[in-house]
Ligand binder design. Structure first.
Ligand SMILES: Cc1cc2nc3c(=O)[nH]c(=O)nc-3n(C[C@H](O)[C@H](O)[C@H](O)COP(=O)(O)O)c2cc1C
Length: 206
């Protein structure tokens, strides 16, 4: 089995973490470095990460997650947000391509204008969906990378968005998309993986 297949098959949502284990800074550096390869619409890189390791802040985050025990004992609790205004940074992102000669001046301006028209023209729901969609894709890669580096995770949506917004002083344009608890899974609390649908139930070839 390839290393990738192992990561895919062995990633589980941790039911319980072993308390008092610290994640070395280098692990986060490596994960976030690789995470920059994640895809995003127009390469706008909408996802942002708030890595909470401080005990006092984590106590507040745990409360906002309705006291889910895994948030309390995880080594880090990570909030992934999606930026509804990521499109406003298009010029910064595409200027690099312009400098490298991949886009000429006109192509650069057209690209930035097209992105602006799309995100502003398609409205608030689209900007919200884009934030959630792009943050979610990034978060999945984050969890696979964490597993690759020997760490377990659990994606969580059972939290009070407004409390999280307040604790982290999130600006209005950032949508708290997912909480990811991370640490070393307690093997004594490992549940059998939940039943999965047969592929014919969720795949349609047309
Ligand atoms: C969007 C999303 C939200 C989830 N929210 C929670 C949560 O709030 N608390 C929790 O314990 N697990 C949560 N989970 C984990 C799921 O229960 C888990 O992924 C599912 O049961 C499949 O198990 P597995 O990931 O180990 O294969 C969430 C998963 C996803 C994808």
């Amino acid at each position: 089995m390839s290393e990738f297949m192992k990561v895919v098959r062995e990633r589980r949502s941790a039911n319980k973490f072993i308390d008092n284990i610290e994640i070395p800074k280098k692990v986060f550096e490596d994960i976030f470095h690789e995470l920059t390869a994640a895809p995003s619409a127009f390469n706008l890189q909408h996802a942002k990460y708030y890595v909470v390791q401080d005990e006092e802040t984590n106590a507040k985050i745990t409360k906002a997650a309705y006291n889910q025990y895994k948030a309390k004992v995880s080594s880090a609790t990570i909030i992934v947000t999606g930026d509804k205004n990521a499109y406003q940074n298009a010029l910064n992102i595409y200027e690099g391509s312009h400098m490298l000669g991949i886009l000429d001046e006109n192509e650069l301006n057209d690209m930035v204008a097209m992105i602006k028209d799309l995100y502003e023209g398609w409205g608030e729901d689209f900007r919200h969906d884009e934030a959630v969609r792009n943050a979610s894709l990034s978060a999945m890669l984050f969890m696979l990378l964490a597993k690759e580096y020997g760490w377990d995770t659990c994606p969580m949506i059972y939290f009070d968005q407004e409390q999280i917004r307040e604790i982290l002083s999130l600006p209005e344009n950032e949508v708290p998309t997912l909480m990811i608890t991370m640490g070393k899974m307690d093997p004594t609390s490992n549940k059998i993986r939940g039943a999965r649908k047969a592929t014919a139930e969720f795949v349609k070839f047309i």
